[in-house]
Design a binder for this molecule. Structure first.
Ligand code: ZN
Length: 392
């Protein structure tokens, strides 16, 4: 199915683009205003997509030798043939010729695997278990551009598939990455995370990756809005060891993440944005923004501060998901959905019912069609990264 284009009848239907998706159709909203403020619309029909996850089955084997495995950029004809057959004309070959996949046995349960990047052509690494669920996704470089190693926590799976996405097509056989068995404790996970919901305003917010013009957000003073927002975030993360604060609380111990929440100037163009997708929560002091002035949150505000606070809290929870390593999924009931929707006629309560749910992961193979590669179980990722709620 083609991804829906931005509607030309924009006055009648407004779709979400980008992150933090609360979706409101103006026509339905007006219906709702007439009909008791319940229906605000939205477009959350399930999407159709091409599932590429079977590529994980044709991943060529890699061997452990003396506790190490070397992953090279040697050509992978089976992988390339798979993509060529499934993607057909959707995607130019250059979009998949830079994919390298490797299937190998997991280290024993009491051991972890260190993944060390050896070549600057590696952009991302994705690690999947036997069932195609993503265990971790890792940008090879942090904000300073240096290649790094990272320790993958024990997964409990029998096999791993490592997927390396290269900046440019390879084929010369050079070494891209090295896996080594290490003690499980070296992963340092799970680990408590502290998040401050800053509703006190902020000036000149920047993302370290340079993907945001310096942005100001206004203070949020309405106590009903503030309370609903904090409650929504806290409820989503209640099962996990993530502590939620506001700027009105004493500062938590460093490091902590900050979500700046308010009306953004200049406008974000999205409901929310995160600094990056932080696989395995390597950077626990990263930041995100939620723009209460986005079209969709602005419409939610017409239903009162409680509705706006709850909707904005779910956007904040989505952005925090990115800061903990979660990607966009193709399940429109999943809080991590990144789907631009079409259609109309869903009520606000259904929109606000989005929660973390296992879902197909949205791949970025093409701009105008949906493709999935692998699946994401947010609960399992968050338990691996954060651990369960600490008992008092
Ligand atoms: Zn997002």
């Amino acid at each position: 199915m083609k991804k829906p284009a931005f509607p030309t009848a924009a006055l009648l239907l407004i779709t979400v683009t980008g992150c933090g998706d609360v979706l409101l159709g103006l026509a339905d909203m007006l219906d709702g205003l007439a009909g008791g403020l319940r229906t605000v619309g939205g477009c959350l029909t399930p999407v159709e997509y091409t599932d590429l996850s079977e590529v994980l089955v044709v991943a060529p084997p890699a061997e452990w030798r003396a506790g190490q495995a070397i992953l090279t950029d040697a050509a992978q004809p089976a992988v390339e043939a798979f993509f060529a057959s499934r993607l057909e004309a959707d995607v130019a070959p250059r979009w998949y010729q830079n994919e390298r996949l490797f299937r190998l046995a997991c280290p024993p349960p009491d051991r972890a695997a260190e993944l060390e990047f050896l070549d600057a052509s590696v952009d991302w690494a994705h690690v999947y278990d036997d069932e195609g669920f993503e265990i971790a996704s890792l940008r090879s470089c942090d904000f300073d551009g240096r290649l790094r190693g990272v320790v993958l926590p024990p997964s409990g799976a029998a096999h791993l598939v490592i997927r390396l996405v290269l900046i440019r097509p390879g084929g010369s056989g050079r070494e891209l990455a090295r896996l080594a068995e290490v003690p499980a404790e070296e992963a340092g996970l799970p680990r408590t995370q502290h998040v401050v919901l800053n509703m006190g305003g902020a000036a000149g917010i920047r993302f370290r990756a340079g993907t945001l013009v310096p942005t100001n957000v206004s203070p949020v003073t309405d106590p009903v809005l503030r309370e609903a927002l904090v409650r929504a975030v806290a409820e989503i993360y209640a099962p996990y060891d993530l502590r939620v604060y506001t700027e009105a609380d004493p500062s938590p111990p460093e490091p902590y993440s900050v979500v700046h929440i308010g009306t953004a100037e200049p406008p974000l163009g999205y409901n929310g944005l995160s600094e990056w997708v932080d696989g395995l929560n390597r950077q626990p002091d990263d930041i995100a923004i939620v723009d209460l002035g986005s079209r969709h949150l602005g419409l939610a505000g017409l239903f009162g501060p409680e509705a706006l606070g709850t909707a904005a809290g779910l956007v904040a929870a989505h952005e925090v998901g990115h800061l903990l390593g979660l990607w966009h999924s193709l399940n429109t009931d999943d809080l991590m959905t990144g789907v631009d929707c079409e259609g109309a006629g869903l009520d606000l309560e259904l929109l606000l019912a989005r929660r973390f749910r296992p879902a197909a992961l949205e791949s970025t193979f093409a701009a105008d069609r949906y493709h999935a590669l692998g699946r994401q179980d947010p609960e399992s990722v968050l338990l691996r990264v954060l651990g369960p709620t600490a008992q008092p």
